[in-house]
Design a binder for this molecule. Structure first.
Ligand SMILES: Nc1ncnc2c1ncn2[C@@H]1O[C@H](COP(=O)(O)OP(=O)(O)OP(=O)(O)O)[C@@H](O)[C@H]1O
Length: 382
């Protein structure tokens, strides 16, 4: 039996880029001449620079960094999609990458044929794939569609098929990029259970995500990337602190970027821990903070696609959360009240409830994690 392990020593990756020199034409003729005789210049861009780290059996490694820091690229290097242009890399053990759910699919082939195609891309034997076909179709809920062409499937159905094939086999190492499911709630519940099972059964997990809470819950190690360079590698708590520090430094340098990023929903995180119905209002309790430690002001509840802004946001001290995440915001706890016309009991909310947070009151857009207690309360209410 192989001992799973990952060793990266001074890995760099340079890629050719074609950059179009800026055109400053004063007339249409000059612009056309420029387009014809001013071709793009080829330059080398170093998108990963001298990365070293190790992971052994039992390690769950978080890759942290802002947009464009190089997280997905590093996962692709680990998966062998991009051979590094410098440095040495050893990956021992079978590797499953959940990076691109539609990898190896052909729109013209049938669903059944695509299962074989994807299996080949995953280096699985045809005989092994044949045994798995029925269970894959069943997991994806596509038995009826097995002989339909893939291009006739909806994007959600394709995602389900890709997920069902990718996770049909247990591997030693799982490489995962930000996994945002787009299936319906029944499929998401099944998919989450399978992911937990696969992650539990694999020897090493490497996970890139902006969801700090998720990384804190799953990972024991963390690496922080900035502009393709490794700025920290070690235990998860110091790695998260490093990431918070880096983000707040970057935001101080670029206060305008702060608004854009928070509007983009990357910098707010937290958890909705409990939900109840009291005195005609829906109450959500939990905690919320931002990567620079400033208290987010916006909270909303999304029920069946409708958004409700909070009508009262009370803050409270959460030393337990501060200790757990190494946060500097003592008032990160909250109780948010929502007035929802026509709702007289929790049972009328349904199960598709999201809690959204944001820096400004007007546009909360980042989904908070929803604790199992909330899901159970909503389910139990039916
Ligand atoms: N094949 C490529 N050719 C040129 N540049 C690339 C290529 N792949 C990635 N890049 C660049 O490398 C940088 C890192 O990209 P990457 O997708 O790894 O970032 P990331 O940290 O995963 O970002 P995000 O959080 O937004 O997903 C970006 O600036 C991107 O434009």
């Amino acid at each position: 039996m192989t001992t799973a392990g990952i060793v990266l020593e001074g890995i760099s990756l340079s890629v050719p880029l074609y950059v179009q020199p800026e055109r400053r034409a004063r007339s249409w003729i000059a612009m056309l001449t420029g387009a014809a005789f001013d071709p793009p210049r080829r330059v080398q861009a170093r998108i990963l620079d001298d990365i070293s780290f190790q992971a052994g059996e039992g390690d769950r490694v978080a890759i942290l960094g802002r947009n464009g820091a190089g997280k997905s690229t590093l996962l692709r290097v680990l998966n062998g999609v991009y051979p590094p242009t410098a440095g040495a890399m050893r990956v021992n053990g079978s590797c499953q990458a959940l990076l691109n759910m539609s990898l190896g699919f052909s729109g013209e082939a049938t669903v059944r044929e695509n299962i074989f195609l994807r299996g080949t891309a995953m280096r699985l034997k045809a005989a092994d794939m044949r045994d798995k076909i029925e269970s894959i179709l069943e997991f994806a809920g596509l038995q009826e569609k097995s002989s339909h062409r893939l291009r006739t499937l909806s994007s959600g159905q394709k995602m389900r098929l890709g997920f069902a094939i990718s996770t049909s086999v247990q591997h030693d190492i799982i490489l995962m990029d930000e996994w945002v499911g787009s299936g319906d709630s029944d499929f998401m519940a099944k998919a989450t259970a399978r992911m937990q099972d696969r992650m539990g059964g694999s020897k090493i997990v490497v996970l890139a995500s902006h969801s700090v809470g998720l990384l804190r819950d799953i990972c024991n190690k963390g690496i922080v990337l900035e502009q393709g360079k490794l700025v920290y590698a070690g235990d998860i708590l110091p790695a998260l602190q490093h990431y918070h520090g880096l983000m707040s430094m970057l935001r101080m340098q670029d206060p305008e970027g702060q608004e854009t990023s928070s509007a983009g929903g990357q910098l707010v995180y937290g958890c909705a821990e409990a939900i109840s119905f009291e005195d005609g209002l829906v109450l959500v309790r939990g905690w919320i903070t931002s990567t620079n430690g400033e208290p987010p002001q916006g909270l909303a509840l999304e029920v069946g696609g409708e958004r409700y802004q909070s009508v009262g946001l009370e803050r409270n001290k959460r030393p337990d959360v501060m200790r757990h995440f190494g946060l500097g915001d003592p008032q990160c706890g909250f109780i948010a009240r929502f007035e929802m016309e026509g709702i007289t009991a929790l049972s009328e909310l349904g199960e598709k409830v999201r809690v959204l947070g944001g820096m400004s009151v007007e546009r909360p857009s980042t989904p908070l994690r929803v604790a199992p207690a909330v899901t159970t309360a909503l389910k139990g209410a039916h």
